[in-house]
Design a binder for this molecule. Structure first.
Ligand SMILES: Cc1cc2nc3c(=O)[nH]c(=O)nc-3n(C[C@H](O)[C@H](O)[C@H](O)COP(=O)(O)OP(=O)(O)OC[C@H]3O[C@@H](n4cnc5c(N)ncnc54)[C@H](O)[C@@H]3O)c2cc1C
Ligand code: SF4
Length: 316
């Protein structure tokens, strides 16, 4: 681990300004992803801005009937919150399917959205990786690619986004509130927040330098059966091969988003419209542009079968 300096931010605006003025600076929230990456020297910030004492740990109702989740709300607290469990069960279930109790006690809402991929080559500094070192190549293409993305990929990167919570939030159309270094604020729909890899897989979101996530807003509840299914190699403490977050209404209509298949939580609104027709019709639209390797081709069937199981569960 390399030496770094440390400061405790006094306000959101000060944190954003400090991060924007130093390209080598990083915010630290729970530290459960960043510190691992620093120990492996994959991320080498020279300055850490601790944002834990900014009072962003509250969950509050919005005037529209939704819920504003502070950026520093811990995953454990979010999953257990009474209104989240009652009105946004998908978020609770997705969170509880991720990591471990100890990690969820530290991990924060913003940090979870910004966690980096689990591609094994990204973590192996002896291997080329365009995301870690732009222009060096992608070891997963032509390498071990069983866990990798099957849609939205590029010739530069086929990594997946690892967050379970983000899959649930994508199905619920969450909005991410941010503060920029000049003090201006914006709201970014989660659909537009994470980027596909394209030629620049190292740029993972639309955040500008120093831009700070202050909260995530969930729109008013949409009801329905809210189901999160995560298929993985071990029953706990493992990332998704495929996961599906679904909200299914009594008449069979609904919304779905998929994890483990793309560089971002994957949702195609036209596929939602096919839900009453069943899993095959829905999956064929969701994965119409699938680009698989021999090792991860199984994910196409896995998406359809997982969706079939969810639809059956929703129908009781
Ligand atoms: C062993 C292990 C297993 C795991 N399993 C799962 C799993 O199954 N499913 C899953 O979804 N996750 C899993 N995780 C990932 C875990 O959920 C994330 O590490 C965690 O959510 C990150 O949150 P954090 O607050 O610790 O982020 P940090 O590590 O503090 O930060 C992560 C990134 O976000 C940035 N950041 C943090 N807050 C802000 C902010 N407010 N504004 C702007 N930037 C910010 C930081 O600068 C950093 O770049 C696992 C992690 C581990 C170590
Ligand atoms: S898939 Fe992406 S993260 Fe993995 S080696 Fe290729 S460029 Fe790196």
């Amino acid at each position: 681990m390399r030496a770094f300096t440390y400061e405790r931010a006094s306000s959101i605006e000060a944190a954003a300004k400090a991060a924007a003025s130093n390209p080598e600076a990083k915010f630290i929230a729970g530290g459960t992803n960043l510190l691992d990456l620093m120990k492996l020297e994959i991320e080498t910030p020279t300055h850490l801005i601790d944002i834990n004492s900014l009072g962003l740990d509250k969950i509050e109702p919005t005037s529209e009937g939704g819920l504003r989740i502070g950026a520093l709300v811990r995953n454990t607290d979010l999953a257990a919150h009474e209104r989240v469990r009652r009105d946004y069960g998908l978020v609770s279930r997705a969170l509880l399917a991720g990591a471990s109790g100890q990690l969820r006690n530290k991990a924060t809402t913003a940090g979870n959205l910004l966690q980096r991929t689990r591609c094994p080559y990204f973590y192996d500094t002896n291997q080329p990786c365009n995301k870690r070192q732009p222009g060096s190549g992608c070891s997963a293409i032509g390498g071990f690619s069983r866990q990798h993305a099957i849609t939205g990929t590029s010739e530069a990167c086929i990594a997946t986004h690892a967050s379970d919570m983000a899959v649930a939030m994508r199905a619920l159309d969450a909005v991410i509130e941010t503060v920029k270094a000049d003090g201006s604020r914006r709201s970014v729909p989660i659909a537009d927040f994470h980027r596909l890899p394209g030629d620049t897989p190292e740029i993972e979101t639309v955040l500008e330098r120093g831009e700070f996530i202050s909260a995530v807003v969930l729109p008013p509840p949409i009801g329905g059966r809210q189901i999160y299914r995560k298929v993985r190699d071990r029953a706990s403490y493992a990332f998704a091969l495929v996961s599906i977050g679904a909200v299914i209404q009594l008449d069979g209509t609904g919304r779905i988003s998929v994890g483990g298949v793309a560089h971002k939580p994957w949702r195609i609104e036209q596929a939602d419209a096919e839900l009453p027709q069943g899993a095959r019709a829905t999956a064929s639209i969701l994965l119409a542009d699938a680009h698989t390797t021999e090792q991860n081709r199984f994910k196409v069937d896995l998406v359809e079968r997982t969706l079939g199981a969810i639809i059956a569960e929703a129908r009781g």
